[in-house]
Design a protein around this ligand. Structure first.
Ligand code: PLP
Length: 305
């Protein structure tokens, strides 16, 4: 089915029709990957539509920009307003938001000081890996592509160019019939999924890979760490060797797009009982409970549209 686009988009300070949000083919970002972006979800809640951890996502956007010496021509408050406006203008409730800042037209050299263009799009999006995946889990594989080493490209910046790595991992996995690919870091230890962080469960304890494993420090990962600890589930961040994927009681992937997706097999080997385990189910309950009122949002994560 052809992709349906929303009617309105925000670009460089104004809401305009989707089809008018164009950029020049010689824009720096198109050639060199010089963009930074966020993926944010809004949810419908009993108190109306709310953007999940908007402030934290925008904070990460500015941090990503700082790493690449990009100075955004808008404040975080202005971008937060843009996020709200684009949801309202498109009459969306639950949506996926995509703020992006990129080096535009203004020089062809790698270190050119171009203008920084900014856009915010919003569109309806269901579960990234499929609704069925949230319930029954996905079959994952370890990618033949490694993540970039920490002294090559900073994984902690959510920059456009990083997603060449993600594309190789995701496309290889899909080509081979898997739902998603898991990458090893340049150390040979576990890193993360193509666009998701990883949690493994051993004896009821959650284990997740550390920042030094070339991961993007996910906001969903942070959310799950907080919800789990609050619920009395221990969480440890540690180096994890590949074979632990074949020994874990449960594995899940998490991210704004993937939300909390159980992994039922890795490389054709069944994980635990081959379906979402007890800890994964509990985390799903707590996480999705934030949006239907079952989990009290003590942290102010739900930011009203
Ligand atoms: C490479 C990568 N890792 C992890 C994540 C999860 O991050 P978050 O939970 O902030 O969406 C994402 C998603 O943006 C990602 O692209």
């Amino acid at each position: 089915m052809a992709q349906q686009y929303p009617e309105w988009i925000w670009q460089n300070g104004e809401i305009k029709p989707w089809k008018e949000a164009t950029t020049h083919v010689m824009s720096h970002a198109l050639h060199y990957g010089s963009s930074v972006f966020e993926g944010i979800r809004s949810y419908t809640t009993p108190d109306g539509a709310a953007i999940f951890r908007l402030t934290d996502h925008l904070h990460r956007l500015y941090q990503s920009a700082r790493i690449y010496d990009m100075v955004l021509p808008h404040t975080a408050d202005e971008l937060a307003a843009a996020c709200r406006d684009v949801i309202k203008k498109n009459e969306l409730g639950a949506a996926y938001l995509r703020p992006v800042a990129y080096r535009g037209l203004g020089g062809f050299g790698l270190s050119a000081e171009t203008p920084i263009d900014v856009a915010v799009a919003a569109w309806p999006m269901g579960p990234y890996l499929g609704a069925e995946a949230l319930e029954n889990g996905i079959d994952a594989c370890v990618s033949s592509w490694q993540r970039f080493a920490p002294n090559t490209i900073p994984a902690g910046a959510k920059a456009g160019g990083n997603y060449l790595s993600g594309q190789l991992i995701a496309r290889e996995a899909r080509r081979l019939g898997f739902g998603e690919g898991i990458a090893l870091a340049s150390t040979g230890l576990l890193s993360e999924g193509a666009g998701e962080n990883l949690f493994l469960v051993f004896d009821g304890v959650l284990h997740t890979t550390p920042a030094s494993a070339s991961i993007l420090a996910g906001i969903t990962r942070d959310t799950l760490k907080t919800l789990a600890r609050e619920d009395g589930i221990e969480v440890v961040e540690r180096d994890i060797p590949r074979e632990y994927l074949y020994l874990a009681d449960e594995i899940l992937m998490c991210g704004t797009a993937a939300e909390i997706t159980p992994i039922r097999s890795v490389d054709g080997k069944q994980v635990g009982a081959g379906k979402a385990g007890r800890v994964t189910r509990r985390l799903q309950e707590l996480f999705f409970g934030l949006f239907d009122g079952r989990t009290n949002d003590r942290w102010g994560w739900l930011e009203p549209v």
